[in-house]
Structures are given as structure tokens and as C-alpha cells.
Write a protein that binds this ligand. Sequence first.
Ligand SMILES: CSCC[C@H](NC(C)=O)C(=O)N[C@@H](C)C(=O)N[C@@H](CO)C(=O)O
Length: 718
Amino acid sequence: MKKVAEVVELYRKLARIPQPSWARISKSLGSCAVVNSVWTYRDLERADKVQFAKTYCANKTSEAKYEVTFTSRPQELANEQWNVESPSGNLRAIVRKITGKKNEEKQFVEIWNGSQKLQNIDVLSLEKHGKIYDNDGYFGSVEWSHSEGHLLYVAELKYPKAISFFEKKHADVKEDETKKDETKEKGVKGEEYVMKEEWGEGMVGKHHPVICILDVDTGDIRILDNVPDHVSPGHVVWAPDDSGVVFTGWCHEPYRLGVIYCINRQSAVYYLDFQKATCEALTDPDGAARCPVFSPDDSSFVFLQSNRKGPHNHCSCLCKYDWQKKESTVVCDIVGTPKQNGFPGVYEVTIPRDCWSTDNKRIVIGSLWRSQAVILVINTETKAVIRLPSDCGGDISVCHVWNDVIIATCSAPNQPHYLVIGQLPAEGQEFNIQWSPLDSPSALFGDILWKILVHRPTKERIHPKYDTLDYESVFIKPSNAEQSSRSLVVFPHGGPHSVFTTEFMLYAALFCQSGFSVLMVNYRGSVGFGNDSVFSLLGNVGDQDVKDVQAAAEEVISKEDIDPNKVVIWGGSHGGFLTAHLIGQYPSFYKAAVCRNPVINIASMSGSTDICDWNFTECGLEFEYKSLADGNSMSIMWSKSPLQYVDKIQTPVMLMIGLDDRRVPPKQSYELYKALKARKVPVRYIAYPDNGHPIVKVDSEADAFINIYKWFTDYLPQ
Ligand SMILES: CSCC[C@H](NC(C)=O)C(=O)N[C@@H](C)C(=O)N[C@@H](CO)C(=O)O
């Protein structure tokens, strides 16, 4: 087993490995494909995620292969929130976040041509709107008009100035007048402390987004005011001929439920017509449609449609809306249980802005195929679905598609991320795509082996309704026995409707290089295996998922070179819920446990999480906005919660929380902490400031890993 000091140095080394966060083909046509990319790495010394830009020129050497003829040196990026190229490639819009002289946050909208800055607008000083939203995958949008004369973006609504009832300066403003427009300019009395609901975890400061349009020549900004009052707009794009805007509108009445990781929120695709000054829903206003992306010829757009209510994540329907006919068709329907390793359906929160082929027929999108992130080419006319091959056998995710050229990110559990370029083959030949790496990827970790394990529930664990379901794990281990400590980290994911894929993950690689094998379990209920798997878990959390993880762990211990006395477990969120269950239901099996932002008591959480619907749905209960966690509901929620087993727990537990977590309140962990302290079970509670649900602040994430490693090795037999 490596000493802690050695693992600290290993962490320092692996944390520097950069990951591409963005890559797009420049639309400035030329002899070669110019690819702009932004990479992010963890800078431990600066305790910050640092971004740098890299540009590649790639020449086609054959029908399908590319040769990189130029790579720029990494150029550190500062404060860019958005960087969007215009349709012609001649202009670029940048939204830059700057700290002002009085330490206030300023945002500049910059318009650049190929050689200079044409506009530099200090937008917040204009007091037209609040902060411009970042690229949060839901509301944030920055889009050039087809004419390149306007830029649309999403920002927070500008509220009237709140004034105190006791402020003398505006004593003349009467309470009943404060609602009138002319008075609003002066301010509104008594509003200083009124709560503004936000969109939950990861959406701090995001209460009521508005659509803004900048005239890039004059610098004038107008706010579109005919978006329905009950709707928060996002995924905003220009309508054909710049006749208006099309967007996803999330319903925020009667109150907001957290939206991140949740595709079951009431939402529809809307069209705001400038000429008619109307805003109409193009999809069912009571549904869960999102993310319109127009074809190059603007004849139609694709969008995703999910189940409103129900599980927070699941298989989505891919649909197409014909702009002329004003009608939608289903391109890829929801898949219940795929045929033997067949197409499991579409699993994606958003569709990339540029995803269409030049023939206006096919789209190239990311999705999940059991335990792997994949790229699908979907023909929106024939409905044919082709899975593209990965370049390294692990994950592949689409970054950008333009002019039938695809930029993608590849990685595997032993291969850090790298970019590839490929030419989309003709219809029906897509599987023959050839990928060309854009740069030499960080070295393959030859000392890490990985494989996907398939698990079949034993007879007594077969689901009564979904009786054909299997599930998987991603298993990684040190390649040579000398390096292996024969110890195993069991690692269930959160959600529960999420998934571990075969991508490169820092913590997993670190555990493996420190001598552990790691078992990442995609228990029934994970996404990527068909909707029946997701629905099989509803009402069975704390039982089916727990038994699936335990069975996978016992199977691996029996088949691999693992010492059964050297098994530890850790997980976050629902993964922390499972960790707490497993040490309670199998009290002598795990030598140490770590729970990160864990759900410990579903009943007590129902009143404080930003997604109270989750507590009802996962426990098999119906949820309506007016639902109350009454005695009966609380009793059912308690019966699924790990805290009920606390008297059985012997395993030392370390709890890690993000103090700003809005998803799983930190008090969840404190309930378990007190219960274990009172029962003299070794317990340690670590609280990270300035972290939300995912503990990803660079210094916190680093501290967390070393603490986890130390916690495990302190309790493992040497
Ligand atoms: C009421 S919180 C329920 C658990 C939570 N579910 C959702 C829909 O947020 C959950 O498990 N979330 C995971 C997606 C999650 O946050 N997992 C990560 C954090 O990034 C982790 O800590 O493993």
C-alpha cells in the first residue's frame, strides 16, 4: 500500500492532466480544418480550475483521414464565460466576467472581428438586466442571428430597486404606488427581503431568466417581454429568417423544483414571433420537451421529450418538428428493454447546438449505451440509428459537428481524454468512420486494466415485472500483482438514475495506481439500459439497488484476486445512501466506508431538498406540487432509508459534505454522525465550504481524496 505522502504526489501529477471542455471547428473556411479547443486542468497551487485554449489545423490526407499540420501552444484563458463564433466565422462574441474597482462583478459583451474588438459593452452598468447566465446546460444561451447583426443571450431579470419603508429619500413614494412603473424607477418599498426562489442546486442567482437581444452595431439591448410569465426560458435559438426566437420554457409555477440532473420538469418548446408579437407553445405545455436544434436549412428542428414527473432521469424521445407543416414526429421512441445489447434509446440532457449533417437528414448526438458514452448518428427520415465506434474502446462524446466533420472526445479508464476528428461517411456507411487524433493523448496508464462485467440477478432477486433485466459494473485493477494490494473499493454511483461509463476518472485512476481495484456498479435503475431498468427501481430503493451492489461485489471477490478482508466502500449522494445501507445491511463486510453528500433519511430530507419530488417518486409514491410528507409518506420514506440500520453498523464511517449543497442538505450526514457517535462507532465528519452537491472545488476535491485514501488504509489490515 502506498504511503499517504506518495499518494499526495501521485495526486499532484494526475490532477495536472487536462480535459477538453469544449472544441469546435472554425467556420472560417480554408484549406484545412481549424479546430479551436478549450481545456481545463486542476491547478492545485492556485486552488483553481484553469482553462487554456489550443488550436489545431488538420489537413485531409485521404477521403476520411486527417493529418495535424499545426498545433498552437496552450494559451491560458481568463474570465471567458462565452466565446461564440458567428455563422460566417468573421465575427466572435465573448462574454467576459471582470472584477471591478470596487470588487463588484462586471460583465462585458465583446464583439471581435478578425483583428480587433468592435464592441465592448459593460452590460450590467446599463441596468437593462441582471447577470448574463453562464453555460449551465439549461438556461444559458448566446446565439448569433443569421444576419450577424444581433446577438441573443439569457440573463437574470432586472428587479426594481428595493427601498426600505423607512428610507426618507423616497418618503413621497406611497406603498400602493410602488407597483406603478414610474415609481418602480425610484424603487419598491418592502421588497428588500422577499425570497426569490432559485432553480435549486447549481443554479445560484438564477430565479427568472429573460431573453435579451443586442444590436451589435448600435450596442442597444432589448429584453423580450412577451415570454409567458409562468415560464423561465433557456436553450434559446433564432427562428428561421431571424423571425423570432425558439426556446425551451420551464414552468416555474407553483414553485421551482431543482432542474439540474432532472429531465422530468414541466417544459415545452416555444416560438416567440417578433412580427406577430406572440409566443406560442409548439409542444405540449404540460409535457417535458426541451432543446430545439434547427437543421442547416432551417426546415425543421429536433428536440428531446421526456416523461414529466416520475424519475428525475430516464430514456428520452427524440422528436423532429417540421417548421412549415408545424407538426412533430417521433424519430427515436423510448425503449423499454432493448433486445440483446441492442439500441437502448436516447439518454441525453441536451442536444449539441450544431449536430446536423449537411444533407439536413442526419444528426450526430451523444448518448449512453449501457456502461459506455457513445456517439449516435440518427437519420431523422429513415429513423436508422448507427453507433459510431470509439477510437480507444472506451467512451466517445461529440463536441461539434459542422460541414460533416465531427470533433469528439475519447477516453477510457486507463486513457486520459483526447480529441479526435473524423469525416462523417455517407448515409449507411457511418460505422466506417475513421478517427484521427488531434494531438498525442496523455500517456496510456499501462498499469491499469479495465473491463465491463455483466451481472444477472439471482432467481430471488429477479424483478417481478421486468424479469429480463441484467446490469453491469466497470471494473478496474492494477495490471501487475506486485502493485496490487488485493484490496477493493466498491463504488456505487448517485442518482440513482445516472451511470458510470468507461471514461477516464481521476479518483478511479488514483485508487488503482495506489494499489486498489475499483468496482463501479451500474445497478438496475441506472440509465443507458432501457427505461424498464429505471422504472424497476422505483419503490425499491434501499433494497434492489443495495442487493445488486452487494451481489456484484461478492461476484468480483470470488472471481478476481481480491482479499475479502480488504474491501471498502464509498459513494456520493444516492451512492452515499447505498454506502450507508450496505454497511448497515452487511455489517461485517466492509472495513471502512465514506459517504459524500449522502441521503441518510429520506423522510427528514423531503422538506429541505430542492427536489422533494425525488423523495416521493423513488419511494414509489405519487408526487404533486401540493403533496405533503404526511405520516404515511414519512413512514414509507423511513422504511427505505439507511438510518434504520444504524444499530447494526460497525464499519468506521467518514462523512463528507459540501456546505452549500442544495440537493442533499448537510444535516443528512449530521443525523448519521450523531447516531454513530452515540453508538461509539468511529465516525469523522468533514465539511467543505464553498462546495455544493458535487465536491469539486480544486482544493476540496484534492483534500477529499487524500482523506478518503487515508481513511481506507488506516482501517485495512496491512
Ligand atoms: C434528493 S437528492 C437524491 C440523490 C441525487 N439525485 C439527484 C437527482 O440529484 C444524486 O444521487 N445525485 C447524483 C447525480 C449525484 O449528485 N452524484 C454525484 C455528485 O455529482 C456524486 O456525489 O456522486
